[in-house]
Design a protein around this ligand. Structure first.
Ligand code: CAA
Length: 254
């Protein structure tokens, strides 16, 4: 259902429910939450890639058959579980990358949006088609799509429920790049990120997550504080010394 493979400091998380185009039911979403929670707290893992099994889908959304039987309370709990998964991807103290290898619809698009970086294969199709089911995005889509693509684009996509292909997704900023095979591109970036200072990446992710909300002046003050504090780290000393000595830095995470 959820596979986790390790390649050195990179974890590759694969949603594998191909008979339903990797749509997430309660069991799969719970497993995904548990695996991501473990990876978030595992210091040996320095970057996480999320993808779907097979070549047709990343995640075709929340499982509609499962959802069709839910009442109000259950639907709220279901939404909360999806939000928990999104928050883990968004806030875990290491980079997360979505390798969108096909359909990323509804909850699938929402989990991709919660990742720090999104790459798409040329056959990818992304969108928030919930309106066609008489419901709305419930795992962060009403907020994160606007943060990534701007409010005007987000409203058009969420109101109409239309899907976009890889080229349009790239044009509107929904994905960072289009590449075949997409997993290769995601893994390559993840391995590059795994060589960086974990301290610097953790801080810069936390600060970047504040960029579109809260008080601008307070966010800049937080950046100034973090910038200064990092100068007490061995990694900062190593990174700057390595530049001066014209060699590659060796970061230790301290
Ligand atoms: N939930 C449950 N099953 C799904 C599914 C989903 N989201 N998406 C696909 N499947 C299943 C299909 O029911 C089908 O199963 P059966 O063979 O048992 O009938 C199988 O996957 C293959 O799908 P299709 O035969 O439909 O394949 P297709 O190539 O004709 O169409 C598709 C592909 C356009 C992605 C189509 O499957 C589709 O529209 N899926 C639904 C997409 C969707 O609406 N996602 C949003 C869900 S709502 C949500 O996610 C809410 C939220 O915010 C949390």
């Amino acid at each position: 259902m959820i596979r986790v493979d390790r390649e050195d400091a990179v974890a590759l998380v694969t949603v594998d429910r191909q008979d339903a185009l990797n749509a997430l039911d309660l069991l799969t979403l719970t497993m995904l939450r548990d695996e991501l929670s473990g990876l978030a707290g595992n210091d040996d893992v320095r970057a996480v890639v999320l993808t779907g099994a097979g070549d047709r889908a990343f995640i075709a959304g929340a499982d509609i058959k499962y959802m069709s039987g839910l009442g109000v309370e259950e639907a709220m709990a279901w939404g909360a579980l999806g939000h928990e998964v999104g928050r883990l991807l968004e806030t875990m103290p290491k980079p997360t990358i979505a390798a969108v290898n096909g359909f990323a619809l509804g909850g699938g698009c929402e989990l991709a949006l919660a990742c720090d970086i999104r790459y798409a294969s040329s056959n990818a199709k992304l969108g928030q088609p919930e309106v066609n089911l008489g419901i709305i995005p419930g795992w962060g889509g009403t907020q994160r799509l606007a943060r990534v693509c701007g409010l005007g684009v987000a409203k058009e996509l969420v109101f109409t429920g239309r899907t976009v292909d890889a080229d349009e997704a790239h044009r509107i900023g929904l994905v960072n790049a289009v590449h075949d095979p997409v997993l290769e591109k995601a893994r390559e970036t993840a391995h590059v990120l795994a060589t960086k200072s974990v301290l610097a990446l953790r801080l810069v992710k936390r600060l970047a997550n504040r960029a579109l909300g809260g008080d601008h002046a307070a966010n800049l003050a937080a950046e100034g504080e973090a910038f200064g504090e990092l100068f007490s780290s061995a990694d900062a000393k190593e990174g700057m010394t390595a530049f001066v000595e014209k060699r590659e830095p060796r970061f230790t995470g301290r």
